[in-house]
Structure formats: C-alpha cells, structure tokens
Design a protein around this ligand. Structure first.
Ligand code: SAH
Length: 571
C-alpha cells in the first residue's frame, strides 16, 4: 500500500453563505494554491474567482444540462483525484459549513476508508449568518435561549450512505405513516421547543411543516421570516407567521436557496435590518476587462450593490526564453555548466541595463527566473529602468530599485532618457509584451528585445462562470475588441454547450429551473454599458441595446449605470 502522503490531500472547505467577505482566511489560502476545486452550486462566482487560475474546476452541483452529480459519485471523485495526483491540494468547496447539512461527514468517511489524508476548514453557516444579515439574532436574552437548525428536506432512502444504512440512523421510520414529503421530523417535540427554529432546504415543504407544527400545538401567530439568497446582492427577506407561511411562499414567490426562521427573534429584524438596498442591489453585471484593470470598476460597482462577474477578454501568457530565438542570437556563449534549465537566463550577464515597460513584464520575468532556479542575485550590478511609477513599484516588490524612470512615464520618455544617460557600449535588454510597439527599439536600435509575455484573446469561458455570465443583467464594454471577443466567446459557448449536452445522462434534478440556451444568451447579450462611441457602435452592430457614458472615463460610466437602474423602468 502507498504511504499516506503520496496521495493528494483533500480539504473539506466551507465557502460561507455567499458574501465573499465571509470566506475564512484559511479557506482563501487553500483555494489560492489548489490544484483541483470540486465545488457545489451554492458557491458564489466571486469565491470561485479567487481560486488558483490554473486549478481544475469541477462542478458537481450543476452540470451543463442541469444534471447533478450523485453524492456517491462525488465521494469516488475525491478519492480518485487524491490517488491520481500525488501531493496535490484538492479543495472540496461547499456552501456554508461543510458539516452543517453539507454531507461533509460522508465525504470524510469515504476518504478515511480510502486512506486519504484530509482536513476540515469550517465555514460560516447560512443558518446563523443569513438571519444576521437580515438583522435577526438567532438568540436574544429574554426571547430565545436556544436555537435549532433543522433540515426541511431529506434525501431518498436509496441515497443513504452504506454506513448510515447499516447503523439504522437514517429514516428510522419511527413516525411511520406520518412521513410525508420525505420528512421524518419529530414535529411534536419541535412544536414544544421554545427556542428559535431555523429550517434549511425547507421552502418546498414549508406549507406542510407549518401545518404539522400548528397541529402539534405551536402558536399559529409565531413570527417567521424567509430569507432568500442571504448575504448576496440578491438578498430578500419576506415576513409571515406560521399560519400564513404556505400562502406567503406562493404569493411572494420565495425561491431557493432560502432559510426559514421562526420565533420571537424574527420581530427584531424589523428594527435591526441593517443591510441597505443599494442602487445596484440585485443586478448582475459582467465586466469584460482584464482582471488587473477591472478591479477599480469592480469594487465601485460592488460597493453600489451589484454582483460583478469579471470576465476578461484577454489573458497574458508567459513566453519562456527557450522559445525565444532573439535573445540567444548574437549573444556570446555561456561556458558555465548549469544543471537548471532553461539556461537562457545565463545570457542576462551579457546585459548592463534591463528595461521594463509593464507590470506584466516584471511579473512574467521574475516568475520565469524563479521557476528556472535562479534568484534576484543574477541582477547584481545591473542598472534597472522602468517606464513609469507603477512598474517601478512592482519592481520594488521584488526588492529591486530602479535607476532610471522617465518623468513623463512613456516609452518615448524612457528611450530618450536612456539615450542621454548611458554610454554607447552599454547593452540594453528590453523586457516587453508581444503587443508593445517599436518606440523603444527605434530610439535604442542596439537594444535587444525579449518578449516575456504574450497577450491573447480569451476563447472560452471557464465552466464555473458560464451560468453567471449568461444570466447577467448587462455587460460592460470598454473597447471594441472587448465587444468582438465577447460575442465570439458566447457563440463558442453555444457550440460547446450543444456538443456537451449529449454527454450527460445522469438523473435529472427537478429543483433546477430549465432555461433554453437561446434565452440565456439573449438575456446576457441584451444590455450593454459602453465607454466611447466606437465601442457603442460595435455593440449595436451585434444587437446589444447600448447605454454609453458621456465621457470616456470609468467614473462617467459608473454614473450612467446607476442612472439607468434608478430611473424607474429598469430598477
Ligand atoms: N452547509 C450549508 C447548508 C447546506 S444545505 C450551510 O452551512 O449553510 C442548503 C441550504 O442552505 C439551502 O437550501 C438554504 O436553506 C440554505 N442556504 C445556503 N446558503 C443560503 C443563502 N445564501 N441564503 C439563504 N439560504 C441559504
């Protein structure tokens, strides 16, 4: 048998109820280095966006054709990843807390049986946090001295894991003929309970649950609240009483995920509801800029209440020196015998000045340098130039101070500066992206250019982002190329989706709403917020309704978005 630590390690992680700010530091640290992330449908896109971008993302909550992976399959999948990926970090990411109606225990038992090492990272459970976001404390002196978390939905007998079935602790059948809606709750005792009752997964059965509690003696006037999509930009609280529960769900169209909380504490929510309705609350907006550029607009739109799905249309990729003939050509051969590949970093000793023209260039260069087994000492004695302050700051993060930074922060400025300050025999290496123009090379004709990273259009949406993008209220475009790429990507998605629909034949989960593929794409493609008239024209050409900022700034665009949603008809 293999040693334990030859397997990958599985982390059963709670993602909290939705608000990415409620993710624990421990969870965040693991997600950032995860090799595989196996996630449920309740995990918010913002949290999935925090995962290592290289991680394999496996959706077991909802597959493209709205099929759900069975629990027994998930258990097997975790064991399989652990066995096939030595020393890998496998994150099993669940909504709320993994051990609160999250079936984390079942997965852990399976891992133990297979000899796979695991760790539990508790999460903030929706049972407590969702009422808190609605201003309802689950306990309160003089009102409730206990709270009880109850499932309002139980699984099919056939899905009971073997260990539970053997021990007979599932569906004991004690209530025999009383079982309806697959529920075997002890309503008599629940009705007697003075504490706060919190039901998870109970919306579909709530009419029955409420009636049974009343039959068993609970006061029909007991205050009750349904809290839908708690802690997210879509949070909604609907108040009722035990006797009006069923009709309220129908009238107000309360939908999952929602929790039901019953008891005197619910009244406090009327005074303590602290979560404000912001101008963009309940709006899901796709921002099509590169993640690094978009964080400004993302944080502004998020602060205004929107859920922002960052969907960059371009990505950067490192270009390794071994792929780049230019660097080696004309450079004297290194005689040293190094064991670490690629040896091309040895060529750096032939240069006196390294000039960086973007933060991407700095990051790609150091990533590759470190990956090749070197460290910053290879830069000892060299002069370092940067195009501007932001790139200079990035270099400082690696412990490198710049010798030359032009006042005007332009490529031309840098070229002129270097022309003036360096000797003719100084050999200059320019570290740039493939889209950099020739300004610097023209001003410094003897310099060598090394393309350290490439910028490419993104061809595919990551699977986890698909649904969020397709159900968005609007798309934000800042350039014509973003419009063109987005349209291309959505049509690729349509093709990919129809090919894949045929692959899945698992049992259908009826709780998932069915939307036709065309409907969702139409919805996402419908409204666009544009910067600039060219962008607007391009979006129109592709059938978008366009709302364009008055000025070509993000501030002006954000103002326009708020205006659009607060003018009444679209709010
Ligand atoms: N492990 C999770 C619960 C999983 S059961 C936890 O600790 O929170 C799934 C149920 O949790 C849903 O049916 C719903 O009742 C509740 N739930 C999860 N997230 C929610 C949210 N953001 N708002 C309201 N209810 C939520």
């Amino acid at each position: 048998m293999e040693k334990l630590n030859d397997f990958g390690k599985v982390y059963l992680i709670g993602a909290g109820p939705g608000d990415p700010g409620l993710l624990t530091l421990r969870a965040h640290a693991i997600l950032e280095k995860a090799d595989v992330v196996v996630y449920d449908r309740l995990v918010s896109p913002a949290i999935l966006g925090m995962c290592n971008s290289k991680a394999k993302m496996v959706d077991v909550g909802k597959m493209p054709t709205h099929h759900k992976v069975k629990q027994s399959e998930i258990n097997k999948l975790l064991v399989k990843f652990a066995c096939e990926m030595p020393r890998a970090t496998i994150a099993r990411l669940k909504g709320g807390d993994p051990f609160v109606f999250g079936r984390g225990g079942e997965e852990a038992l399976e891992l133990v049986a297979a000899g796979v090492e695991f760790e539990v990272v508790p999460g903030v459970t929706s049972a407590i946090a969702v009422p808190a976001y609605a201003g309802i404390p689950v306990s309160h002196r003089g009102i409730a001295t206990s709270f009880h978390i109850i499932t309002g939905h139980e699984k099919e007998k056939s899905d009971v894991p073997p260990i539970a079935a053997l021990q007979g602790d599932y569906h004991s059948g004690a209530e025999g003929d009383r079982i309806q809606c697959n529920l075997s709750l002890d309503f008599e005792n629940l009705a007697k309970c003075q504490g706060t009752l919190i039901f998870l997964m109970g919306i579909a059965n709530m009419d029955y649950i409420a009636r049974r509690l009343i039959e068993c003696g609970k006061d029909p006037k007991t205050p009750l609240a349904f809290i839908e999509k708690g802690t997210t930009p879509f949070q909604r609280t609907v108040m009722a009483t035990l006797e009006t529960a069923g009709e309220t769900i129908v009238r107000e169209q309360v939908t999952a995920p929602a929790i039901t909380i019953m008891g005197g504490v619910v009244e406090l929510g009327k005074t303590l509801a602290w979560k404000k309705n912001w101008p963009l609350s309940g709006k899901r907006l796709v921002v099509t800029r590169a993640a690094k550029q978009s964080s400004g607009i993302t944080s502004r739109l998020t602060a205004l209440g929107a859920e922002v799905i960052e969907t960059p249309m371009i990505e950067t990729r490192d270009v390794f020196p071994c792929c780049h003939a230019g660097l080696r050509s004309g450079i004297s051969n290194s005689s040293e015998n190094k064991v670490v590949e690629p040896v091309e970093f040895e060529d750096l000793k032939n240069f006196d000045i390294l000039a960086f023209t973007s933060t991407n260039g700095v990051e790609s260069f150091f990533k590759q340098l470190f990956a090749a087994g070197y460290d910053v000492r290879v830069l000892a004695g060299k002069k370092i130039a940067s195009v501007g302050k932001i790139t200079e700051k990035k270099l400082l993060e690696y412990g490198i101070r710049c010798d030359y930074v032009p006042e005007d922060h332009t490529g031309e400025g840098l070229g002129l500066l270097l022309q003036n300050v360096v000797h003719d025999e100084f050999r200059i290496l320019l570290l740039q992206g493939n889209l950099a123009d020739d300004t610097l090379l023209k001003l410094l004709p003897k310099a060598t250019r090394w393309v350290v990273y490439e910028t490419l259009p993104v061809a595919e949406l990551p699977e986890w982002k698909r649904e969020a993008v397709e159900s968005a209220d609007a798309v934000v475009f800042a350039s014509t190329s973003a419009v063109e790429n987005f349209v291309k990507m959505i049509s690729n998605e349509k093709t990919r989706h129809s090919e894949r629909s045929e692959e899945f034949s698992d049992s259908l989960d009826p709780s998932f709403e069915k939307l036709s593929q065309d409907d969702v794409v139409k919805k996402a493609s419908c409204i666009s917020f544009c910067i600039g008239r060219m962008t607007e024209a391009s979006a129109r050409k592709h059938g978008f309704e366009t709302i364009t900022s008055d000025e070509t700034t993000m501030d002006s665009l954000v103002k326009k978005i708020v205006e659009y949603y607060t003018m009444g008809k679209n709010a």
